[in-house]
Design a protein around this ligand. Structure first.
Ligand SMILES: NC(=O)c1ccc[n+]([C@@H]2O[C@H](COP(=O)([O-])OP(=O)(O)OC[C@H]3O[C@@H](n4cnc5c(N)ncnc54)[C@H](O)[C@@H]3O)[C@@H](O)[C@H]2O)c1
Length: 451
């Protein structure tokens, strides 16, 4: 967050927290994006390239180019149709190539955005940093555990900026939730429950395969990279999330967002133990990853995390996180955060009516000496507050604005490789447990699997 944002945000928070917690209040959080637009001098223009111009890559690049002082100059993708569409979107001057190394060789490119399938994240990010580029790499940061240390080392040794793309880390709602938790809005945290449910073919990753998909238009070897060599398969090319060789299952796709959110809001580094179960319940179309997964995690800070993804939930898509504490609950859902708060009771109460009348009287007398009647009587009042992001707020813009600010000012990013590895490493622990049928252990400080 730049200084201007921080000042605006703190001001809003100040106003919000000055209000009483009793009753029902709605607060609209500060709109960061309009103020975030720090005009850049022509000579500190950031030129960037997109590597992996699929659904996500094109989507976030449309937002990234809105950050002032930036310019998209090149696009790499292994499918011809997406390279052609990049020119339709951003003009014929955009340099396009199937080989990302041609982008890395260009001296006029300062930064790259990586939105390829997961199995390419590490190699392209490491190559890019060694070529002197700053990197915005989509989540999940890793596909294999060995990717994490390599990416962290490359960022350190090359002194390049590496930001991971879990945009919720820059989201005003999550920033507010973090502050509320730290301020004690729900007391002592003991549980986080989070889920991401879907009920549609596209939700279950059945993305459209273009009619011209072939080895003429798709560079299959360049798509496969280090994945096992198999003959060209258009479904695997365009719906790669369904296969472990390229994607990371529901854990790498969606749990990782819930981990990023949980870790950011609570400020912790990760779980020590994980147990996951689930199965392939409905989308039996040749995929080799589950479509239902539930997992439980222990955090050394004294809370548990329970996660669920269900691609056959029989209802509307929904996503949320509930933080449960000793004095209330905080729910992040939609574009806001709700705090329901019931302060702890001021007296413990009694269960005496099965005792003799004399005993009841005696206990009651002692009880009232210890807990005199206060007014008002009865259980503490529940209060409800909602903090909502402004209409049309887009956290991808905030995340890119943070990234480009770091590129420009050489300041640490909001979501660095260590944060990204801790989120993705925790998420992949679920896959390990699912496939092994065992509880899996992880050291969140050293970021190592514990056997
Ligand atoms: N942060 C988020 O909320 C979010 C949302 C969606 C996707 N993602 C992430 O974005 C990434 C891309 O997902 P997607 O849905 O856009 O997939 P996609 O299949 O639509 O796009 C991936 C593109 O990468 C290209 N590609 C593959 N290998 C390449 C290589 N070696 N060089 C250049 N291009 C290559 C493919 O041709 C394809 O066009 C994934 O890692 C995913 O987890 C993040």
């Amino acid at each position: 967050m730049n200084n201007l944002n921080r000042r605006t945000f703190l001001k809003t928070v100040g106003l919000a927290t000055a209000e009483t917690l009793v009753g029902s209040n709605l607060h609209v959080l500060a709109e960061t994006q309009s103020e975030a637009a720090t005009p850049a001098a022509a000579n500190d223009h950031i030129q960037f390239a997109l590597i992996g111009a699929g659904i996500r890559g094109q989507g976030i690049t449309k937002v990234a180019v809105q950050v002032p002082g930036t310019k998209l100059v090149a696009v790499s993708d292994t499918y011809q149709g997406r390279r052609d569409h990049a020119k339709e979107l951003w003009g014929n001057d955009i340099f396009t190539t199937v080989d990302y190394k041609e982008i890395l060789a260009r001296k006029d490119i300062d930064a790259v955005v990586i939105a390829t399938p997961d199995h390419w994240h590490k190699q392209i990010a490491v190559d890019a940093m060694h070529a002197g580029k700053d990197v915005y790499c989509e989540k999940p940061m890793i596909h294999l555990y060995s990717d994490g240390p390599e990416m962290i080392d490359a960022a350190r040794s090359t002194n390049r900026i590496l930001q991971i793309g879990s945009q919720r880390v820059s989201n005003v709602v999550y920033i507010k939730a973090k502050e509320l938790l730290a301020a004690g809005a729900i007391g002592q945290l003991n549980m986080v429950t989070a889920w991401w449910d879907r009920n549609s073919a596209i939700g279950a990753w059945d993305y459209t395969v273009p009619l011209d998909a072939s080895t003429e238009t798709c560079d299959w070897p360049q798509f496969l990279g280090t994945a096992p060599r198999i003959p060209f398969n258009a479904e695997q090319f365009f719906q790669w999330r369904k296969w472990k060789a390229y994607g990371s299952g529901v854990a790498g796709d969606l749990f990782v967002h819930l981990f990023s959110g949980t870790h950011f809001v609570t400020g912790v580094h990760g779980p020590t133990r994980a147990m996951a179960t689930g199965g392939l319940r409905y989308w039996k179309d040749g995929r080799n990853v589950p479509d239902v997964m539930v997992a439980l995690f222990d955090y050394p800070e004294g809370f548990n995390l329970s996660l669920r993804v269900n691609f056959v939930n029989g209802g509307a898509e929904s996503e949320g996180l509930i933080f449960t504490g000793s004095e209330g609950t905080m729910e992040i859902t939609g574009n806001g955060v709700n705090v329901s708060r019931v302060p702890r009771e001021t007296e413990p109460g009694y269960t005496i009516d099965t005792f003799t009348v004399a005993m009841q009287k005696q206990i009651l007398e002692q009880y009232r000496q210890k807990y005199p009647v206060t007014h008002p009587t009865g259980p503490p009042l529940m209060s409800f507050e909602r903090y909502a992001a402004p209409k049309n707020y887009d956290d991808v813009y905030s995340h890119f604005n943070n990234f480009f600010n770091s590129v420009r000012n050489r300041q640490p990013v909001i979501e660095d490789a260590v944060f990204g590895y801790r989120a993705a490493g925790a998420a992949l622990l679920s896959n390990r447990s699912y496939y092994s049928g065992k509880i899996e252990h992880w050291d969140p400080e050293t970021m190592k699997l514990v056997s």
